[in-house]
Ligand binder design. Structure first.
Ligand code: TXA
Ligand code: MG
Length: 320
């Protein structure tokens, strides 16, 4: 099992040392826990793919300590820079052209000429600053499984495959970052996430173009089946069937809720931010009950509801 350490100064130094030696370290961010490695070290980055059991070399997000560090590796257009200034540190990832000769290992970009960058909130920025190199970090879960929002969830899933987990407590956002790419002046939403699309649209004064989900996979994390529990998932239910567990939302229960083998409510008051924080944890907990199906009440689509519904749809998608 991995050693779980705290976020005090000497623990963060221990994490930075391990990373500089090419080791894998799980780190807390405001979105989800990340499985981090030095983005300039190909062997270390390859270790991420084998620990996660990722079948394909999907590109990874490079986590930076600040905008200046990002600018060493990518070229900012004006809109992207304004977005970074406004929303970093925070749950926003920007896909930008890689600078020529940038020392990011090609496994991080999967050979693309762009790099996804973000500055996370929390103690990780300090680790990255100490290292003075970006960290490649996908969510700290086995490929296709539910993302981890606590140190214990990382330990349960990947503990045998890494050395260190920095325990920063439960993630305050609970959903992966929103991914945006500015392409010829057009703003593309590559993945809905922990920063509501409406907030970005209001700030840049233009709509975000949603990609056709079936189009070429621009953000390969957008594979149909993802975040999958062992149980089947049934969405937008109007009633609970015998033997199902119920993932509820809001103050009104659907018919048959009393029959559910277990019920967890994402947010009794109907608050989407609270629902985001609980989503992955509650999916795991209901899965652990052993019900063959998790019935899910409908969740509104506005604000963070877009990303919540995206993750639920992937969890419910036919398995590969
Ligand atoms: O909140 C988050 O974003 C978390 C934390 C740990 O930072 N990370 C995360 O990483 O969700 P991951 O690897 O699970 O998802 C990264 C996403 C994938 O969908 C990938 O396809 C996309 O970023 N991506 C990475 N580089 C890209 C690029 N150059 N162009 C387009 N999409 C890219
Ligand atoms: Mg992931």
């Amino acid at each position: 099992m991995a050693q779980i350490i705290s976020t005090d100064a000497s623990s963060l130094q221990q994490a930075a040392n391990a990373l500089s030696q090419g080791k894998l370290v799980a780190l807390p961010t405001e979105t989800v826990y990340g499985l981090a490695a030095d983005a300039t070290n190909g062997r270390a980055v390859a270790g991420i793919f084998s620990a996660k059991g990722r079948p394909h070399f999907n590109p990874l997000i490079a986590h930076v300590a600040n905008i200046d560090m990002a600018a060493r590796y990518v070229q900012f257009d004006e809109v992207s820079r304004r977005l970074a200034e406004k929303f970093w540190p925070g749950p926003l990832t920007l896909v930008l052209p890689l600078r020529e000769g940038a020392e990011i290992h090609p496994l991080v970009t999967a050979g693309l000429t762009t790099l996804a960058v973000r500055m996370p909130r929390g103690p990780v920025a300090g680790i990255i600053a100490a290292l003075d190199r970006p960290l490649a970090a996908p969510s700290a879960n086995s490929s296709g499984r539910i993302s981890a929002t606590s140190a214990q969830a990382v330990q349960d899933d990947l503990g045998g495959k890494l050395d260190l987990i920095v325990d920063g407590g439960a993630c305050v956002v609970g959903l992966e970052s929103t991914i945006v790419k500015i392409d010829n002046g057009q703003a593309l939403l590559l993945r809905p996430g922990g920063l509501a699309a409406e907030e970005i649209e209001a700030f840049i004064g233009q709509p975000l173009h949603r990609l056709d989900q079936r189009a070429a996979i621009q953000a390969p994390g957008m594979m149909a089946s993802h975040y999958a529990p062992d149980a089947a998932m049934r969405l937008n239910v109007s009633e609970v069937h015998e033997g199902e567990a119920l993932l509820a939302f809001g103050g009104q229960r659907v018919a048959g809720a009393d029959k559910a083998v277990a019920v967890l409510n994402l947010s009794p008051s109907g608050d989407l931010q609270e629902a985001a924080v609980h989503l992955f944890d509650y999916m795991k907990r209901l899965d652990a009950v052993g019900a063959t199906t998790i019935a899910v009440e409908s969740v509104p689509h506005q604000g963070l509801g877009e990303a919540i519904n995206d993750r639920l749809a992937r969890a419910a998608a036919p398995r590969e």
